[in-house]
Design a protein around this ligand. Structure first.
Ligand code: NAD
Length: 338
């Protein structure tokens, strides 16, 4: 029996999750929910994904655009074993009662509040915590990136304290209304940024402070990381430990990759769909130890790093695989690991 998966909200995250689900041998994408018949609705039809209308009053707009609907989102939710909600922040919370009405377990994205759900999720951090949960939040792009980094550091060396400055892209490439256009904003200006508390939804006891900035960039986020460890490994040992993590890409010294632009070029050259980079990208040369303090820089592709996490969360909730099996299957089918 394959897992019948519905994706409600077919935008930046939803269309990527839909493609990843369609690749899984143990899953079937039964449809995607859309509010309006735009180019992404057309793409769903071109990909052979059944299209469901999220808003009944707009059904005729799909008819006028010549896009065939398979039904309403309510029908899609009723038919699904699990729904991945990838609607804009706050809309997931509005949709919760619909998922509850059909007793369909739901995954939400990082834009929703942690208290909406039973558990927040990161595959490397707390896979088992999601088993049998009805409402699970796959944490945001930045929290995913931090969780993947901190989990192995915690296991190998122990983390006394993490301090991270997040230099965040102002918006995604297609978000023309976002900014800043020509400025550098402490954002939020007060401490902590929400990222540290969000990491604590995955690792409740981890000592972490985070600061955020927003800059006029769209390609990726960059994290400046300092972790005080409970041990004093040398930088090479830390590099080797990080290199073993499948969802961490250690940018080789001498690769000529100096920033997000070159990283995206690298991904395009290697034929990545949408130039997606599912892995944390850590500059190998930046990994440094000063006493028990680890320093490094990592770049995070905000539009795609949460995609494999959604796939793993589906198996975690339904209990169809353990963490190692699921992560390996997702990595293998998607082609994760440069
Ligand atoms: P998006 O705006 O690109 O896509 C959301 C889609 O949902 C759009 O196609 C929109 O038309 C549709 N939609 C709106 N209302 C709907 C409804 N009632 N029913 C069905 N569809 C509806 O947004 P996104 O960037 O994909 O973000 C989705 C979620 O993922 C948010 O919680 C966000 O915080 C989170 N997230 C975004 C990013 C990112 O960088 N874009 C990264 C990680 C997590």
């Amino acid at each position: 029996m394959t897992i019948q998966v519905a994706v409600n909200g077919y935008g930046t995250i939803g269309k990527r999750v839909a493609d990843a689900v369609a690749l899984q041998p143990d899953m079937e994408l039964i449809g995607v929910g859309k509010t309006r018949p735009n180019h992404e609705a057309e793409l769903a039809i071109e990909n052979g994904y059944p299209l469901y209308a999220a808003i009944e009053e707009r059904i005729e707009l799909f008819d006028e655009a010549g896009l065939e609907l398979a039904g309403t989102v309510e029908e899609m939710v009723a038919a699904a074993d699990i729904v991945v909600d990838a609607c804009p922040s706050g809309i997931g919370a509005d949709n919760k009662s619909l998922y509850e009405a059909y007793d369909t377990p739901a995954l939400y994205q990082g834009g929703e509040d942690a208290d909406l759900v039973d558990v927040s999720f990161n595959a490397r951090g707390n896979f088992e915590a999601a088993t049998d949960a009805d409402h699970v939040r796959v944490v945001s792009c930045n929290t995913t990136g931090l969780s993947r980094l901190l989990a192995p550091l915690q296991e190998e060396y122990g983390v006394e304290k993490a301090r991270v400055t997040l230099v965040r892209r102002g918006g995604d490439p297609a978000q023309t209304g976002r900014g800043p256009i020509n400025d550098i904003l402490p954002n939020p200006v007060s401490l902590p940024s929400h990222h540290g508390p969000d990491v604590n939804t995955i690792f409740p006891d981890l000592n972490i402070d985070t600061l955020g900035l927003k800059v006029p960039a769209t390609l990726m986020h960059t994290h400046s990381v300092n972790v005080t460890l409970e041990a004093t490994p040398d930088a090479d040992e830390v590099r080797d430990a990080l290199d073993e993590q499948m969802r961490i890409f250690l940018i080789p010294e001498g690769a000529g990759i100096d920033g997000a632009g070159a990283l995206k070029e690298f991904a395009m050259d290697r034929g990545r769909p949408r130039a997606d980079i599912w892995e944390n990208c850590i500059w190998s040369e930046s990994v440094s130890m000063k006493g028990d303090d680890l320093y490094l820089f990592q770049a995070i592709h905000q539009e795609s790093d949460v995609v494999p996490e959604n796939v793993d969360a589906i198996r975690a909730v339904l209990g169809t695989a353990d963490a190692a099996e699921s992560i390996e299957r997702t990595n293998g089918t998607m082609g994760i690991g440069f």
